[in-house]
Design a protein. Structure first.
Length: 260
């Protein structure tokens, strides 16, 4: 009886590919969602890692012959960090969108109600969770998951295996990306917040003219109703707005990778 011979060099190289791919299945939107069963994410990571392994095994430099288990473990940690970096950069824009929904919740008084978010295992505001889920669905509809996979493919050219070192790129790149992401979130929340500001202004005039009226009690349901109606009005523009999000996420990822 003969047993198959395992090429240890090929196995080590596959593990290196798997490590970087696993990073996006921890931190990237859609790929790293905790409400997706772990078995599914592990299976998808194995399949994607095998595809990259077959595509790039002849293009990447071979691993050192003297590579021991300790050095291999360090190399795997570095590759996981690269994958986490890609996923976290793509996730920033969605956190900003969720933050925009949270701002609307504060103005409308909806922050008193919250829902459990299985993706983060934490309580989230209603509008924030709604906008986050809607952004994920539109991101999927505009092939945003293809953008992340393509960025992961490009990462092997920008950051070769085992070469995660800061090369003197823009040290403020993360601050710029965070600023851009949250400006997008504020643009998303601005129309509804402007409508609610006018409601607050009107209620203030009413409170001055009719001091007997309890504006706080009557104003909360009005603001909640206007907020919901405003959200449905603004949603008609979400398609065009979110169509730019995958390209923005890809640009951010490439900018971060070029800094290393």
């Amino acid at each position: 009886m003969t047993y198959p011979v395992i090429n240890l060099a090929s196995l080590a190289l596959f593990l290196v590919f798997l490590a970087r791919v696993s990073g996006i299945f921890i931190s990237a939107p859609l790929f790293g969602a905790r409400n997706v069963p772990a078995q599914v994410r592990v299976g998808m990571a194995l399949v994607l890692a095998y595809i990259f392994f077959e595509l790039l095994r002849r293009q990447v430099p071979p691993l050192p012959v003297t590579l021991n288990w300790m050095n291999l473990g360090l190399l795997l940690v570095i590759e996981v960090l690269v994958g986490l970096l890609i996923g976290f950069t793509a996730m920033l824009i969605f956190l900003a969108i969720q933050f925009a929904g949270h701002l609307i919740d504060i103005v409308t008084g909806m922050q008193m109600a919250s829902v459990f978010d299985p993706a983060t295992s934490a309580q989230q505001s209603l509008f924030g969770q709604f906008q986050y889920i809607l952004a994920l669905l539109l991101f999927l509809a505009f092939n945003g998951h293809h953008i992340i996979i393509h960025a992961l493919y490009q990462s092997y050219a920008l950051i070769p295996i085992g070469s995660l070192t800061f090369t003197g790129g823009d040290p403020l790149i993360f601050m710029k990306i965070v600023g851009t992401s949250f400006s997008v979130g504020l643009q998303l929340a601005a129309p509804i917040m402007a409508m609610l500001f006018l409601i607050d202004f009107s209620l203030g005039i009413i409170a001055k003219g009719v001091p007997q009226m309890n504006v706080f009690v009557t104003g909360m349901p009005i603001k909640s109703l206007v907020g919901i109606m405003g959200l449905f009005i603004v949603m008609s523009y979400y398609g065009n707005f979110f169509s730019h999000i995958p390209k923005l996420a890809y640009t951010d990822i490439i900018s971060v990778l070029k800094a290393f």
